[in-house]
Design a protein around this ligand. Structure first.
Ligand code: ADP
Ligand code: MG
Length: 482
């Protein structure tokens, strides 16, 4: 570990390359289904297998998703883009090349804003994913082991989103990655699951002396599959590079693998340069012309983005913290929006969602959609509270039952006789009874211990099982003993 004083001598520079798997129905150049978790090699046509003479056909849905993502990332969508072949050999790439976009990508010059700072997005381009090697390990024969090839993933559409080297700390990189994930999830193009690899991140990291204008040599870190691993990997890499430089050495440009168990990066290979791949225009695909009308149509279909959602929640009176927490959990945000659409008061809804509901979900490690609670039922519960039919506390109590069984609030209230007692005469009787039963407390109250009021309210609530209207109870108590 490098100490803080040494750290302060250096500035850290980070740029991220993020691959997002697009949720199209079929693959980017073939009709095979784009699905996860199927029987190995069951989603493979001759095109995906790279048989001689087959021709790729571009999937329009993948292009639509690319444009939509670009617009959400404030990118320009050039009127023309094209596809190129990137040549390399690997057993999970039967064609011997990957169809990608080299010098004319579908999206350029974007940014996303994180805590008021703009992080530039150089480009985003469409490409096909490779297959997967399944390392089967020792097969029982002495000393032998083998790997199997599963080509189901081959041809899955990817959007590679390349940032500018604009980030200056591991925390900033994490925030960027989290926001990027929020965006692709909210616009529905990618499920953003880092653990399953539907969103993958390569982190480019370099250091330079503070105040320097010239960036240092970068190392590229692969194999980070959680947000916390990303942050750990960057922290490790910063220290490693500082130690090299402090000892008079030089950082080499290379690809390193993060090992989250060992908590270190290991050199994997020297970094290829673009010319190593012998890029050339894909002869089987025409350059793609994207009309302004096409872009406009997609712009018009843009759903609300995470930062717009946060701003709207804040304008409804939610705290910055609450707005952030809800937007982070898309299921919860969509649920909250439906409850609002049904006319519920935001303040009461957010208190339930951030309080009882969040606690319930956390305890069972589940999502709101795994419960039986519907937006309609929560909205009804809130309206019962607003109308004064039940108290807020009773509302909290029955919410658990609603989460578990999906019962309507009005049904529970009816069945258990939970409606609020608003009849003053009835409450007055109970208040009088409580006062009569506690003469010494009344005495103390009269002698100035006014905080005993809470005690009396509590007793009345106990008598009425929480059903008395608290406001009326308070007023009557003051009237009777005050
Ligand atoms: P390649 O595709 O070969 O990895 P790119 O030019 O596309 O190269 O850059 C990849 C990423 O590296 C980008 O996100 C960019 O911001 C980042 N990057 C470039 N130079 C540096 C540097 N000196 N330090 C940190 N990141 C860098
Ligand atoms: Mg790269």
């Amino acid at each position: 570990m490098v100490d803080q004083e040494l750290r302060d001598k250096y500035e850290v520079v980070i740029g991220l390359e993020v691959h997002a798997q697009l949720k199209t129905k079929s693959k980017i150049f073939a009709p095979d289904k784009n699905e996860f978790g199927q029987e190995p090699n069951s989603l493979t046509s001759p095109i995906t297998l790279g048989m001689p003479g087959v021709l790729p056909v571009l999937n329009k849905e993948a292009v639509n998703m690319g444009i939509l993502t670009g617009l959400a990332l404030n990118c320009e969508i050039p009127a023309r883009c094209k596809f190129d072949r990137k040549q390399y050999f690997y057993p999970d790439l039967p064609k011997g090349y990957q169809i990608s976009q080299y010098d004319e990508p579908i999206c350029v010059n974007g940014h996303i804003e994180i805590n008021g700072k703009k992080i530039g997005i150089t480009r985003a381009h469409l490409e096909e994913d490779a297959g997967k090697l399944v390392h089967a390990g020792a097969d029982g024969l002495a000393g032998s082991s083998y790997s199997l090839v599963d080509l189901n993933r081959a041809g899955t559409p990817l959007l590679e989103i390349v940032s500018e080297p604009d980030m200056r700390s591991s925390e900033e990189a994490r925030n960027y990655m989290e926001e990027l994930r929020n965006i692709v999830r909210y616009i529905g193009v990618c499920d953003g699951n880092l653990e399953e690899g539907s969103m993958r991140c390569d982190a480019n990291i370099s250091i330079m002396p503070k105040g320097s204008k010239e960036f240092g040599t970068r190392a590229e870190i692969k194999n980070v599959n959680s947000f916390s691993a990303l942050q750990r990997a960057i922290e490790y890499e910063i220290d490693r590079q500082i130690e090299i430089v402090e000892e008079g050495g030089q950082v080499v440009q290379e690809t390193r693998l993060w090992d989250d168990n060992a908590r270190e990066t290991k050199s994997m290979r020297g970094k290829e340069d673009a010319h190593d791949y012998r890029y050339f225009p894909e002869p089987d695909l025409m350059p793609l012309e994207i009309s302004r009308e096409w872009v406009q149509r997609i712009k018009d279909s843009m759903p609300e983005l995470p930062n717009q959602k946060r701003a709207r929640y804040k304008s409804l009176g939610l705290s910055e913290y609450d707005a952030n927490v809800i937007v982070e959990q898309m299921g919860l945000a969509l649920f909250f929006d439906k409850v609002l659409e049904l006319g519920a008061t935001p303040k009461i809804a957010v208190n339930f969602i951030m309080g009882e509901i969040a606690a319930y979900l956390k305890e069972d490690h589940i999502e709101i959609t795994d419960t039986k609670l519907t937006p309609e039922n929560l909205a009804e519960l809130i309206s019962l509270i607003e109308k004064g039919t039940i108290s807020n506390n009773i509302g909290k109590q029955i919410l658990i039952e609603m989460l578990k069984d999906g019962t309507k609030a009005s049904v529970i209230v009816e069945k258990k006789g939970l409606s609020q007692i608003t009849d003053e005469g009835a409450i007055k009787e109970i208040v009088q009874k409580v006062v009569d039963a506690h003469p010494s407390e009344v005495e103390a109250y009269k002698n100035g211990k006014t905080n005993l009021l809470g005690f009396f309210v509590g007793q009345v609530m106990k008598e009425t099982k929480g059903r008395a209207n608290p406001k009326t109870v308070n007023e009557l108590l003051k009237e009777i003993i005050g």
